[in-house]
Design a binder for this molecule. Structure first.
Ligand SMILES: Nc1ncnc2c1ncn2[C@@H]1O[C@H](COP(=O)(O)OP(=O)(O)O)[C@@H](O)[C@H]1O
Ligand SMILES: [Mg+2]
Length: 225
């Protein structure tokens, strides 16, 4: 088994004027390839801040972060943009689909951003949409879909570039409980197929779908007993 994520003693503070708020207080975390990890914590505990660090969307003050062996802490913004696009599949609570594009184009976007030819990107996107059961909705706009369908499209988009990890922030937070369970079933299937998943949630029921749960409390990680 290889390590997809290896974090050592990550610290991050937000500075507002003369106030310094330390939000990540020495986070050390290892995630193995093929794991389904849930990071569980209450509101304000630092979950989204940690997600932004894991997803290379935001920097940190000190510590080391290796993603598939690559030293994230040594990279500049340009390198981080490439890593984000190639290594991370993002899934958000509110889907974050592009409203003016249809389903097919939304799913093609990560590949087009890499410079892939449109016909090639379309073939791959169609495959992913079929896998997610969304083949009959490819010409719909996001606002013509239910929440559960929009999240499926977002998952297809996250998967299309074959990322090293799927990184999900409260992926069922905007869904009714039955649809949320369907999305969690989908996550379990994807994990069984070998996808590495890191899911952030405040909900123990949702977290219990994962193979491992760690808690974040006031910017520190605690392993469940
Ligand atoms: N950009 C920011 N600037 C200043 N403070 C922030 C910023 N983002 C988050 N915070 C603060 O950091 C703490 C953790 O926030 P966050 O990571 O969003 O927690 P969670 O996702 O667990 O609710 C909160 O006290 C929040 O107010
Ligand atoms: Mg949050």
């Amino acid at each position: 088994m290889s390590e997809v994520i290896s974090m050592k003693d990550i610290h991050k503070s937000y500075v507002m004027g003369t106030n310094v708020l330390e939000v990540l207080k020495g986070i050390s975390l290892t995630v193995e390839e093929g794991e389904f990890l849930a990071v569980l914590g209450p509101s304000g505990s630092g979950k989204s801040t940690l997600m932004n660090v894991i997803g290379c969307m935001d920097g940190f003050d000190s510590g080391e972060y290796y993603l598939s062996g690559d030293p994230i802490h040594e990279m500049d913004d340009e390198e981080l943009t490439v890593i984000r696009n190639r290594c991370i599949g993002f899934i958000f609570q509110k889907y974050h689909l592009i409203p003016k594009y249809d389903v097919l184009r939304n799913v093609m976007m990560p590949l087009l951003l890499r410079g892939m030819r449109s016909d090639e990107a379309e073939d791959i996107a169609l495959d992913r949409l079929e896998q997610l059961g969304m083949s009959d909705r490819i010409s719909h706009r996001p606002n013509e879909l239910s929440g559960g369908q929009q999240q499926r499209v977002a998952i297809a988009r996250a998967l299309v570039g074959d990322p090293k990890i799927l990184l999900a922030d409260e992926p069922t937070g905007a869904l009714d409980s039955a649809t949320g369970r369907e999305v969690m079933e989908l996550f379990r299937q994807l994990n069984e197929q070998g996808h590495t998943i890191v899911m952030i949630t405040h909900d123990l029921n949702v977290a219990s779908n994962a193979g491992r749960i760690i808690r974040i409390i006031d910017g520190e990680l605690h392993t469940d007993g």
